[in-house]
Unconditional design. Structure first.
Length: 416
């Protein structure tokens, strides 16, 4: 296995910046689709069901792609993998306006999900292995802001474009944004080329201290057993289900329960991601207080989510603004869990040269949860009402806490 190292601080900072921009651009183009749904449906060429399936195809391909990309991401050049994924995703955006049939649109946006899955694992590998070590943890934390910034910029630009032009140009603008970000990575890589050193990284069985290293050829599988990774996949699935599920269904829930205007629902769609991002920052003091143990912290955070969720059962006695605050607190907790499980846990495996593989496994589990929630929460609300959905959220938060504490039995030994 090969490790790419940049020891120069300024050039490491440049790499951190351009990778942050790529990830923000990836959320920009994801949001472009959500922003374009209404005008696409209004044209009458596609039904709501078809448009919903196109979005689901993206998540399914993204989730499956995360697993594949994670496993190959430790074996290939992470920069090339990231540049290819971003550029190919941009081309998918350019092709979307040409999709004149449902199967074609489904194929293009599904392919985009596959290409977008090539970004996170190499970014995390670069942040944990390549850049100056003094920047690593801060870079992983700060990339949390790329999500709300990319999302908000996409909604604002899309609103302007749709008003004065057509939905087709929303995708064209998204393609331009992510391809430009890929070009910036290329320039940053060439600029840092003289300071970029390449060396063979020790394999799992090359370490001098083998007392805590799994034996045999099945390195990642053995590490998964040793660390409790198979148990950690369950909190990853549950938090992913709640993270995107609650965020996506909040506007609909508020509209149906309180009869707020559509503009207010759009306001929620834009504002909630801002609160979500700060969940990652808010959990840092607790993480440090608990000895920088990811799964112990995840257990405590999962338990904390029960407070606003249980209060949601009293929604009929509260104003819409109190409910929004409770939902914002809940989604912020989910993004704190995302930071702990999706960002920090894989970094622990960097010394075994499998950061990308572990990242892909956990991210894939989380996005399977996203795909389940995209359809599931809406279906449950239609058949049993929003109280039933809230009870599912409470059960999921409780299971997340319990499973995180359970996984910590092995995790605590592994990190020590």
């Amino acid at each position: 296995m090969t490790q790419y190292i940049i020891k120069d601080y300024k050039k490491s900072k440049l790499i951190v910046t351009v990778l942050w921009m790529v990830y923000a651009a990836s959320y920009f183009i994801r949001t472009c689709y959500a922003a374009a749904i209404a005008p696409i449906v209004a044209e009458g060429h596609f039904s709501k069901g078809e448009i919903g399936l196109v979005g689901t195809a993206f998540f399914i391909c993204y989730g499956a792609g995360q697993l594949i990309s994670g496993l190959i991401g430790d074996k290939v050049n992470p920069f090339f993998m990231l540049i290819f994924g971003a550029a190919a995703g941009g081309l998918c955006c350019f092709f979307m306006p040409l999709a004149d049939s449902f199967p074609l649109m489904l194929s293009i946006w599904g392919a985009n999900g596959l290409f977008q899955s090539m970004l996170w694992s190499p970014i995390l590998r670069i942040y944990s292995e390549t850049i100056d070590k003094s920047l690593s943890k801060k870079a992983i934390l700060n990339i949390s802001l790329s999500l709300p910034i990319g999302t908000i910029c996409a909604y604002l630009l899309s609103t302007f474009i749709i008003k004065y032009s057509g939905w087709q140009y929303v995708f064209i603008s998204g393609g331009i944004v992510i391809i430009l970000s890929a070009v910036l990575v290329v320039f940053a890589l060439f600029y840092s080329k003289k300071d970029l050193s390449v060396k063979a990284k020790k394999k799992l069985y090359d370490f001098e201290d083998k007392s805590n290293v799994p034996k045999g050829k099945q390195g990642v599988l053995s590490l998964a057993v040793l660390s409790g990774l198979f148990i950690i996949m369950l909190p990853s699935f549950l938090h992913g289900m709640m993270r995107d599920g609650i965020t996506n269904w909040v506007p609909t829930m508020i509209t149906e329960l309180y009869g707020v205007s559509p503009s207010f629902s759009v306001f929620l769609t834009i504002v909630l991601p801002v609160f979500n991002a700060f969940g990652a920052y808010a959990v840092v003091p607790l993480y440090k207080k608990l000895g920088e143990n990811e799964m112990k912290t995840a257990g405590v955070v999962g338990a904390l989510a029960l407070v606003p969720l249980l209060l949601l059962l009293l929604k009929n006695r509260m104003s819409v603004y109190v409910i929004i605050v409770l939902l914002a607190l809940t989604t912020s907790v989910m993004y704190a869990l995302n930071y702990l499980i999706i960002s920090l846990v894989p970094v622990r495996f960097s010394k075994f040269s499998c950061t990308s593989s572990v990242s892909g496994i956990l991210n894939s589990a989380a996005h399977i949860g996203c795909a389940v929630s995209s359809y599931g929460f809406g279906a449950v609300s239609e058949k049993a009402g929003w109280n039933a959905v809230i009870i599912i959220w409470i059960a999921a938060a409780l299971m997340t806490a319990l499973l995180s504490f359970l996984s910590n039995i092995k995790w605590n030994r592994f990190i020590k």
